[in-house]
Write a protein that binds this ligand. Structure first.
Ligand code: TEU
Length: 555
C-alpha cells in the first residue's frame, strides 16, 4: 500500500485467446504474449492485466476455472508464465492476474466432490438448496447468461446456484474453509511474483441467505436476483478478511469488477482506511445506452448523462477513494464504434475518446486493440458468434418474441465478440494473429487497421495513446487535480477543468460530427493557455471545435 504506485500507472488488458498465436491452433498463447512485450513497452504501459489463463473447459473463455493452480494447456505451461513474469519485470512492467472466485467450473474438483453427496466435505463449497414444494427452483432468479440461475442435480436432488452459465456454479463464501482455500491460492500466485489481481464480479460473492424471489420486471420471465447478492450483506467483511490474510502482506494492486456499485459503495471499497481494495470498475457509464437495465435493449447515448456520470465519480472519489478509467474490455463493444465514428472519423474520434478519458483522475485501462482504434464486427450468421452470453441471449429473446433483426442489431451494438476478434498485428493473412484458423473471425478491416501500420505512422492512434501516457507521468494535475464540469448542458461537447498545485488543464472534446461553438467563458479561459495535446491541427485557442476534436489546454 505504501507508495500507491498504481495511481500513476496505466494498465493494458490482454485477452489471451485473441492476442497472439505462436502454435497455429488459432488461439493466442503465453509465448505469443512474451513476443509482444516490447510493443507494450513502446506504448508506455506499466501493468499488464491478463484475463484468465488457468486450466478450464472454456465454457466462458476461461472465466470457468477447473484448476486455479495450473495453466490451460493450449495457452502454454507454468514455466511460460514464470518466464512472462520475469520478462515483464525486466522491462519494468508488472503483471496483474484475473481472480475468478465468485464461481468455478462445474469440472473443478471441489464441485465434483460437492455434487457427489450431501455429506461430502466439499458440499458446502457451493450453494445448494431444495426446490420449492412444487419442485420448481428454490427462487425465481434469472441467470445473467439467460434462463434460471438454479440447476437441478439428480444425484442429490437439490439445486445449485449459478449466477452465470450452468457450467459456472457459485462458490459459497459463507464457508470459512472455502475462504481459506481461496486465500492460499492467491498467495500461491503472489509468491510467484505477480503484482496484483483483477477480481471478477467480486461484489457478488456474499449472498443473502434467505433466498427470496426477485421482482419480475415487465417483459421478463425471471425475477431479478440483484438485490440479494450485489454488494451483499457480508461483502465488506469478506474483503477485509481477504485483505488482512493476503493483500496486506504484499506490495500489490487490486481492482474489483463491480457491476451495481455506486460511488458511495466505491468509497467504502477503496478508501484506504477500510483496508479492502485499491480501486473498482464501475459499470454506470457503460449502462447509459440501454433501457430498463437490459444491455440488449438499445438506447442512443445522451452525452449529458455521460458527462454527469463521470462528474459524479470524479468528484465523489476525490481524496477518499480511487477511480479506474475505462472505455473497453473483453465484455464491452469497441468504444470507437460505440461513442465515436468508426468510419469517416475513426482515427480522430478514437483520439478524442482517449483524450476525454485519460485526462481524468484514476488509473486508465487500455484494452488490446483500443490503441489501434479497432472496431466492432458484424458477422452475417449467428453461428459465427462464439460468446455464450450472446448465444444464450438469442434463444431467450426469441422466446420473448424479439425479431431476428432486432436481436442481431443488439448483438452488433453490444455483443461481447465485438471486443474479442483477434488482435490485428499486420496486413498479412489473419492479420498476423495466427497461421491456423482463428477461433473467431478476424475483422476484415485488418488490412488498414493494424499494429504494423500504426507503428509506421507518426500520427497514429497508437502514438497518441503513447503521448497521453507520457503526459500522465509528467503532470501531477492529471492524477491529483480537482475536477469541474464545464458546458454542462451542451449535448455535443464534453468539457472539464482540472486544477492542480502547479498547473491546470481545460479538456475539450467534441462527441459529434459537426463543428461546435464553445461557451464564451470557456473561450476566455483558454485564451492565455497553451495546447498540451490535440487531435486537431491547432496551436492556440479558437472559439470552435471541429468534428470529434479533442484538445487539452494547459495553464
Ligand atoms: O463479467 C461480469 C458481468 O456481469 C458482465 O460484464 C457480463 O460479462 C455481461 O457482459 C453482462 O451482460 C465478468 C467477466 O468479465 C466476464 O467475461 C465473465 O463472463 C463473467 O464475469 C463471469 O465470470
Amino acid at each position: 500500500m505504501a507508495n500507491e504506485w498504481w495511481k500513476k500507472s496505466v494498465v493494458y488488458q490482454i485477452y489471451p485467446i485473441s492476442f497472439n498465436d505462436t502454435t497455429g491452433n488459432g488461439k493466442g498463447d503465453i509465448p505469443g504474449i512474451i513476443e509482444k512485450l516490447d510493443y507494450l513497452k513502446e506504448l508506455g504501459i506499466d501493468v499488464v492485466w491478463l484475463s484468465p489463463i488457468y486450466d478450464s473447459p472454456q465454457a466462458d473463455n476461461g472465466y470457468d476455472i477447473r484448476d486455479y493452480q495450473s495453466i490451460y494447456e493450449q495457452y502454454g505451461t507454468m514455466e511460460n508464465v514464470e518466464r512472462l513474469i520475469e520478462e515483464l519485470h525486466s522491462r519494468g512492467m508488472k503483471l496483474v492476474m484475473d481472480l475468478v472466485v465468485n464461481h468455478t467450473s462445474d469440472e473443478h474438483q471441489w464441485f465434483i466432490e460437492s455434487r457427489s453427496s450431501k455429506d461430502n466435505d466439499y458440499r458446502d463449497y457451493y450453494i445448494w438448496q431444495d426446490g420449492k414444494e412444487n419442485g420448481e427452483p428454490p427462487t425465481n432468479w434469472g441467470s445473467i447468461f439467460s434462463g434460471s440461475s438454479w440447476e437441478y442435480d439428480e444425484q442429490t436432488e437439490q439445486y445449485y446456484l449459478h449466477l452465470f452459465a450452468k457450467k459456472q456454479p457459485d462458490l459459497n463464501w459463507e464457508n470459512p474453509k472455502l475462504r481459506e482455500d481461496v486465500y492460499n491460492m492467491m498467495k500461491f500466485w503472489l509468491d510467484k511474483g505477480i503484482d496484483g489481481f483483477r477480481m471478477d464480479v467480486i461484489n457478488f460473492i456474499s449472498k443473502d441467505q434467505e433466498f427470496k424471489d426477485g421482482e419480475i420486471k415487465p417483459g421478463e420471465k425471471f425475477g431479478d436476483p440483484g438485490p440479494y447478492f450485489v454488494n451483499g450483506p457480508r461483502i465488506h467483511e469478506f474483503l477485509q478478511e481477504m485483505n488482512e490474510e493476503v493483500m496486506s502482506k504484499y506490495d500489490i494492486m487490486t481492482v474489483g469488477e463491480m457491476p451495481g456499485a455506486s460511488p458511495e459503495d466505491a468509497i467504502e471499497y477503496t478508501n484506504p482506511a477500510n483496508h479492502e481494495l485499491d480501486m473498482i470498475f464501475t459499470f454506470e457509464h457503460m449502462g447509459l445506452d440501454e433501457k430498463n437495465g437490459d444491455k440488449w435493449n438499445l438506447k442512443p447515448l445522451d452525452l449529458v448523462d455521460l458527462k454527469e456520470n463521470f462528474e459524479k465519480w470524479q468528484i465523489s472519489l476525490h481524496g477518499v477513494g480511487w477511480n479506474s478509467l475505462y472505455w473497453n474490455n473483453h465484455d464491452q463493444p469497441r468504444i470507437v464504434s460505440r461513442f465515436g465514428d468508426d468510419e469517416t472519423y475513426r482515427v480522430k474520434s478514437a483520439k478524442m475518446l482517449a483524450t476525454c478519458l485519460h485526462m481524468m483522475q484514476g488509473t486508465p485501462y487500455i484494452y488490446q486493440g483500443e490503441e489501434l482504434g479497432m472496431t466492432n464486427i458484424r458477422l452475417d450468421h449467428l453461428e459465427y458468434y462464439r460468446d455464450i452470453e450472446t448465444l444464450n441471449m438469442y434463444k431467450e429473446k426469441s422466446d420473448l418474441d424479439w425479431s431476428h433483426d432486432r436481436i442481431m442489431e443488439a448483438i452488433y451494438a453490444k455483443g461481447r465478440d465485438n471486443a474479442r476478434t483477434p488482435m490485428q498485428w499486420s496486413n498479412q493473412k489473419n492479420a498476423g494473429f495466427t497461421n491456423g484458423t482463428p477461433w473467431l473471425q478476424v475483422n476484415s478491416n485488418y488490412e488498414t487497421i493494424n499494429a504494423e501500420a500504426a507503428l509506421a505512422d507518426e500520427d497514429s492512434i497508437f502514438y497518441y495513446y503513447q503521448h497521453l501516457i507520457q503526459l500522465r507521468k509528467e503532470f501531477d494535475v492529471i492524477t491529483t487535480g480537482t475536477f469541474e464540469l464545464l458546458m454542462r448542458n451542451d449535448p455535443n461537447v464534453f468539457a472539464y477543468r482540472r486544477v492542480g498545485q502547479d498547473e491546470s488543464l481545460i479538456v475539450l472534446c467534441n462527441f459529434s460530427s459537426m463543428e461546435v461553438e464553445l461557451d464564451e467563458k470557456v473561450v476566455e479561459a483558454i485564451q492565455e493557455a497553451s495546447v498540451l495535446i490535440t487531435n486537431e491541427n491547432k496551436s492556440s485557442a479558437t472559439g470552435t471545435l471541429s468534428p470529434y476534436e479533442g484538445t487539452v489546454f494547459k495553464h
